[in-house]
Design a protein around this ligand. Structure first.
Ligand code: COA
Length: 239
């Protein structure tokens, strides 16, 4: 995971997002990155804006004009164009909700900005699990959690938490179905495959094309490990 305050020098001359053959994050030259952390194999596309967020390994914002603020995003997430993750709120309870009440310095209203307001916004982070697909033009509102494996259909406005492996659509977003049956969801979640090493992912790549094949192979692997564990000679303490 790398802490990125601005676009790294080695990425400034990239014209287009290239095929990824190296593990470092690849960030388009037009993207704005502010104090964010990114994992390996991450791609950030044109005109994206990433503010104080964490983006896990292999996740990508490959389209254009996506904005992510105060969000913790897992691994293997697919985020489309024109997505807004965490459009922060204005203080509606004040006489004016204009940002001059907190960006006070820029208007000459105070020598300090309103740190409490900024802290309140930062407290409403968004948490997105692993392998979440966020469709075109989605808006995810402050404080929402989206479970691993979920799908958010294009144009949705997500105002409430979405459970793992659930497909949600509409304004406000509502679940319409799950990707798999309950047992399959449970077993895929338990596998925690997103934590496998790159080498494990390479050697098991074909497993990912079919959930039944994946779970079958996983079971065989677990049985092998159990047998290997049984075969291990117990270490005698000599007592
Ligand atoms: C959510 C999605 C994955 C569902 O696909 P699906 O499983 O094939 O679903 P269906 O097309 O069978 O639609 C199921 C129902 O949901 C509705 N629906 C599907 N997508 C919808 C959306 N984005 N917004 C509102 N309703 C939607 C359909 O009208 C249908 O309603 P009905 O049962 O009343 O007829 C897909 O529609 C979608 O939005 N994909 C995102 C595409 C995208 O943004 N890609 C960007 C590049 S990464």
């Amino acid at each position: 995971m790398q802490l990125i305050h601005q676009i790294p020098e080695w990425n400034k001359h990239i014209e287009e997002i290239p095929t990824l053959y190296s593990s470092g994050p690849v960030i388009h030259e037009t993207a704005t990155i502010n104090n964010s952390k990114m994992g390996n194999w991450v791609e950030i596309g044109p005109y994206a804006e990433i503010i104080e967020s964490v983006i896990g390994d292999y996740s990508y914002v490959a389209g254009v004009h996506t904005s992510i603020t105060y969000a913790d995003i897992g691994k293997f997430c697919s985020i489309a164009s024109s997505v807004r993750i965490n459009p922060v709120n204005h203080p509606m309870q004040r006489v004016t909700q204009h940002h001059c009440t907190y960006r006070r310095k820029q208007y000459g209203f105070d020598i300090h900005d309103d740190d409490n307001l900024f802290a309140w916004r930062k407290a409403h982070r968004i948490r997105i699990g692993h392998d979440v697909w966020i469709g075109h033009g989605v808006i995810i509102m402050p404080g929402v959690n989206i479970g691993t494996g979920a799908v958010i259909g294009s144009g949705a406005v997500v105002t409430k938490d979405i459970a793992p492996y659930t497909i949600a659509v509409g304004v406000p977003a509502k679940p319409i179905k799950t990707r798999f049956c309950e047992e399959t969801i449970h077993r895929i979640l338990a596998s925690k495959w997103w934590n496998w090493s790159h080498e494990e992912l390479q050697s098991r790549f074909l497993w990912f094309l079919d959930p039944a094949y994946f779970l079958n192979n996983l079971e065989k692997l677990q049985n092998l490990h159990e047998e290997a564990a049984i075969d291990q000679p117990s270490i005698s303490t000599g007592c």
